[in-house]
Design a protein around this ligand. Structure first.
Ligand code: TRP
Length: 390
């Protein structure tokens, strides 16, 4: 399937971002222009932090760097109307660290703004993507597995609803129909690059990803990686004609793959990512061989210094694992000056990642008893699970 939208063709540029592909080295300023979103400027960030009553390093470091209508979300918040949150997960396999970071940020948003969260598990979408070769049993199983990781993040069970499309479809279908009638084939073809060979499930699917942004008659704020934005663009074009608000969005960059700055972490390259169920030995091994900004020998490194811009260990610390700005600044300077070696940077990251995973995995165990609190019905998933594994 040709998945490159009309404004997003490989031959026109050095990188591509679509909901299904990230290729090349992403230039985020160019991407914002292509997608028609806005950079979160200092003023908006300060206003946001003031409303939240607390800063977050994912904002401060511009990992969540782009938005749509975030100012309007803050207007609604300030005048008491409030807003709700929506995000999701395509259950195609085990989750890695890049997948879970937006959920931690979403939890922070929920805590600060006391907002409801809807989390969509798109088992249908991952089944329909033929190139993945997954059965419906597979995507049901991954829905269950991924839900445990999402619950482990600690979202407020009284304000969080997790649902799986194949199960919840009955409740979404009436809205999906209203959405679908407003979208013609030429439009989704232009946005998503569908062709005559695309299966008709994929062509209908965008309606289903749009529906949760219409779950409440309030403004919706979607925290997600920027590759999902094409769906929100369509939602915004049709929402008001259906009597809803245009959705707002806050977009993140991609955590760079361990293998270097090109492309994104993917299941087809397990060495590019750290999975939430990786054990300590695996973490150590993967980080140890990660792409580095260091010099070939210690002598040269001491003399010439390293390049933190491309050093994956440093980038991961900056992206998420070291929230202390002073420490990050010092690490960056010392690395550049050759005072810190690549191995030392990696050791630091290994410690942080290991501690993070240890805590996450313990919470994931507890999550098994908590599924019902999130109204994750999962009946179908559990039945399937038994058939496959018992
Ligand atoms: N399509 C997304 C994926 O493949 C899953 C998803 C559904 C999603 N709804 C969402 C992601 C809302 C972010 C926000 O991963």
């Amino acid at each position: 399937m040709n998945i490159f939208g009309s404004q997003n063709r490989r031959e026109d540029s050095d990188f591509i971002v679509t909901p299904w592909t990230v290729e090349g080295e992403v230039d985020y300023n160019k991407l914002v222009e292509r997608f028609g979103t806005s950079i979160i400027d200092d003023k908006l960030m300060e206003r946001f932090v003031r409303a939240a009553g607390e800063d977050h390093h994912l904002l401060r470091r511009r990992i969540f760097f782009s938005h749509r209508d975030l100012d309007k979300v803050l207007d609604d918040w300030e005048n008491g109307r409030g807003f709700f949150l929506y995000t999701g997960r395509g259950p195609s396999g085990p989750m890695h660290i890049g997948h879970i970071i937006p959920f931690y940020f979403t939890k922070w948003l929920q805590d600060r703004f006391k907002a409801n969260i809807y989390i969509q598990l798109t088992d249908d979408e991952k089944f329909l993507e033929e190139s993945r070769g997954l059965t419906l049993e597979d995507t049901l199983k991954w829905s269950y597995e991924n839900t445990l990781d999402i619950i482990a993040v600690g979202l407020d069970p009284d304000k969080t609803f997790i649902f799986q499309n194949t199960e919840y479809i009955k409740n979404m279908y009436p809205i999906a129909l209203k959405v679908a009638r407003k979208i013609n084939f030429s439009w989704v073809r232009a946005v998503f690059g569908f062709t005559h060979e695309s299966n008709i499930g994929m062509i209908f699917y965008p309606a289903l990803q749009i529906v949760p942004a219409l779950f409440e008659k309030k403004r919706c704020l979607i925290p997600a990686a920027i590759d999902q934005d094409p769906y929100w663009r369509i939602q915004r074009d049709i929402a008001e004609s259906l009597g809803y608000y245009k959705t707002a969005a806050i977009h993140s960059k991609f955590l760079p793959p361990l293998t270097g700055p090109v492309g994104k972490m993917s299941a087809s390259r397990p060495e590019s990512a750290i999975y939430l169920n990786d054990d300590e030995k695996t973490v150590r091994k993967k980080i140890w061989v990660a792409y580095s900004g260091g010099q070939p020998t210690v002598e040269l490194h001491r003399k010439l210094g390293g390049n933190p811009e491309v050093d994956v260990a440093f980038q991961w610390l900056k992206f998420f694992f070291e929230p202390d700005d002073n420490k990050i600044k010092k690490l960056e300077e010392d690395y550049r000056m050759g005072k810190i070696l690549s191995g030392e940077m990696k050791t630091l990251l290994i410690e942080k990642v290991t501690a993070f995973l240890e805590e996450h995995q313990a919470k994931r165990e507890e999550a098994k008893e908590l599924l019902h609190l999130y109204k994750y019905d999962g009946e179908l998933a559990r039945e399937m699970w038994k058939k496959i594994h018992v």
